[in-house]
Design a protein around this ligand. Structure first.
Ligand SMILES: [Zn+2]
Length: 171
């Protein structure tokens, strides 16, 4: 069953030109180096790499890479092309910079949350020690001491909401 399926795919590939040859209006030969990576119905990816690198350079880069790694090479060229079109100055370096900035911001947020947690723990210890020293009052039910909040700072809704609303998706 599997070999039959593969043959069928091969036949349809030979009948239709790949996206690159379609765009360049040339005959797509059976040994077309671009055909495996730019199927006929995915014109957009080739349009992008053609615009940024030029078709000749795309072919040169693919030919320079061993066959097993060509798929990855094409993926990274498409990624680089998208980034370069979006940001003509920095390209994918701009994306890396943005992500590094985001990591720094999240590290700072994490540090301040850790500080807040230890402050809350210290405050809890302090309040508990006051509670213990006033033994006659220990029967009085103070809600703060019984709630999950006092023992687990992560249960604070304010902290959680603040953290997640500050993580923005990269645009
Ligand atoms: Zn082709």
């Amino acid at each position: 069953m599997a070999p039959f399926h593969a043959d069928e795919a091969k036949t349809s590939m030979q009948l239709q030109p790949c996206a690159a040859c379609r765009m360049l209006r040339r005959r797509c030969e059976s040994k077309c180096v671009l055909a495996p990576y730019f199927p006929t119905d995915e014109v957009e990816n080739f349009a992008l790499v053609h615009r940024v690198f030029g078709a000749k350079n795309v072919v040169k880069i693919i030919q320079r890479v061993e066959e097993a790694k060509r798929g990855d090479a094409v993926k990274s060229m498409v990624y680089e092309a998208i980034a370069r079109v979006r940001d003509p100055v920095y390209g994918s370096a701009g994306v890396i910079y943005e992500l590094q900035k985001m990591i720094e911001e999240l590290k700072a947020q994490l540090d301040s949350i850790k500080t807040r947690i230890s402050e809350i723990r210290e405050e809890k210890e302090r309040l508990l020690s006051i509670g213990n020293s006033y033994d006659p009052l220990s029967d009085i039910n103070v809600p703060m001491f019984d709630s999950a909040m006092a023992s687990d700072p992560f249960e604070f809704h304010v902290e959680g909401g603040w953290l997640y609303s500050n993580i923005s998706t990269p645009s």
